[in-house]
Design a binder for this molecule. Structure first.
Ligand code: NAD
Length: 336
């Protein structure tokens, strides 16, 4: 089985590549990653020498650069994770988001159609549904109502994937997951930002009143869902992947503070993110019933393991939190 994983040097992509090599003996994995600021070869240092693995450095939006890979060997499946993924960056400029998330997805879909790829898995987000009030859950039949440029670019990509199925009969599946956490997450995202700031003795920025709600999903549970969606999902269908862990940002802060022996005094409110969605929560019944998936990790244990990982992998995040990271941080949180 030959699988192309796009964005394999990112947070979730690196877990996907490692999982495939560990669980599918006959697999060959090509990691198609251009290596943006968010990509990091250290995320896959442990599998770099596996003869079933290789990396190709090319942008998913580069049609001429990507095509030869698919032309040279039949590809059984594409797991498409490559993306610009940080909402705050998309508020600063949406252009790279359109280029990678929208154009890149269409490039891959067209190449997949022309070269007869067996299955195309689009890894999407609950953010495409927009924001919820205090009650209710997003279902797969809900319309997309994205609010940030990031969410809009992912929604546009999802629509192109659905169009490829309806118009051209392509064998596609879309998954929409909630907020992931775990090892190897780039430390601009909430949980690794706060853990690593704590380990550096720095304050924790919290947006607005800290009451925004997200449904947290441990990355290993997400990867299992992706494999099941790839191998058992119905062509043309969407599957929500949620962790059943709805938390306000203050809930997350308190859970981390107690693990790190700190108090709320380190948490500093900063001006709210523009257009900040209040609440996301997913109904994952369809994935549970049709794919036989359930998250296996509970929030408390997975969070403890995540804190421990960042505590024992200082070299990994310290090398990231230098250079341009510092510039981005100061621009994003000028009051800290
Ligand atoms: P990430 O930002 O950690 O990694 C993105 C990876 O894609 C990097 O390795 C980067 O180098 C690569 N990349 C970026 N642009 C590229 C391009 N033009 N061509 C080739 N490679 C490129 O992202 P992540 O958090 O691992 O997210 C992976 C996917 O999951 C994304 O599609 C994202 O929208 C989706 N998702 C993530 C979350 C989450 O909580 N992290 C939640 C919902 C959905």
């Amino acid at each position: 089985m030959r699988v192309v994983v796009t964005g394999g040097y990112g947070f979730i992509g690196s877990h996907v590549v490692r999982w495939l090599l560990q669980h599918v003996p006959t697999v060959e994995v090509v990691n198609l990653d251009v290596l943006t600021y968010a990509g990091n070869p250290a995320n896959l240092a442990d599998v770099a020498k596996d003869p079933r693995y290789r990396w190709m450095r090319v942008s998913v939006s580069d049609y001429a650069g990507v095509y030869p890979l698919f032309q040279s060997h039949p590809i059984d499946a594409v797991i498409h994770l490559a993306a610009e993924s940080h909402v705050d960056r998309s508020i600063e400029t949406g252009l790279p988001f359109v280029e990678t998330n929208v154009v890149g997805t269409e490039v891959l879909l067209e190449i997949a159609r022309k070269t007869g790829v067996g299955r195309f898995l689009q890894v999407s987000t609950d953010e495409v549904y927009g924001s919820l009030g205090p009650d209710g859950l997003f279902r797969e039949t809900d319309p997309v109502r994205p609010n940030s440029p990031y969410a809009a670019s992912k929604a546009a990509a999802d629509l192109l994937v659905q169009a490829a199925h309806r118009t051209n009969g392509q064998n596609v599946v879309i998954t929409r997951c909630s907020n992931n956490f775990g090892p190897y997450q780039f430390p601009e995202k909430l949980i690794p930002l706060w853990i690593t700031n704590a380990l550096e003795g720095k304050p924790w920025p919290i947006y607005g009143d800290g009451q925004n709600v997200r449904d947290w999903l441990y990355v290993e549970d997400h990867v299992e869902a992706l494999w099941l969606a790839l191998t058992r999902g119905q062509a043309g269908e969407i599957y929500n992947i949620g962790g059943h862990n709805e938390k306000t940002n203050w809930d997350v802060a308190d859970a981390l503070l107690s693990r790190l022996g700190l108090t709320r005094s380190v948490v500093v409110p900063v001006p709210d993110r523009a257009g900040h969605d209040r609440r996301y929560a997913l109904d994952a019944t369809k994935a549970e019933q049709e794919l036989g998936w359930r998250p296996r990790h509970d929030w408390e244990t997975a969070l403890t393991a995540t804190v421990a990982w960042y505590q024992t992998h200082r070299d990994w995040w310290q090398s990231i939190k230098q250079g341009t990271y510092q510039d981005d941080y100061r621009r994003r949180y000028p009051t800290l």
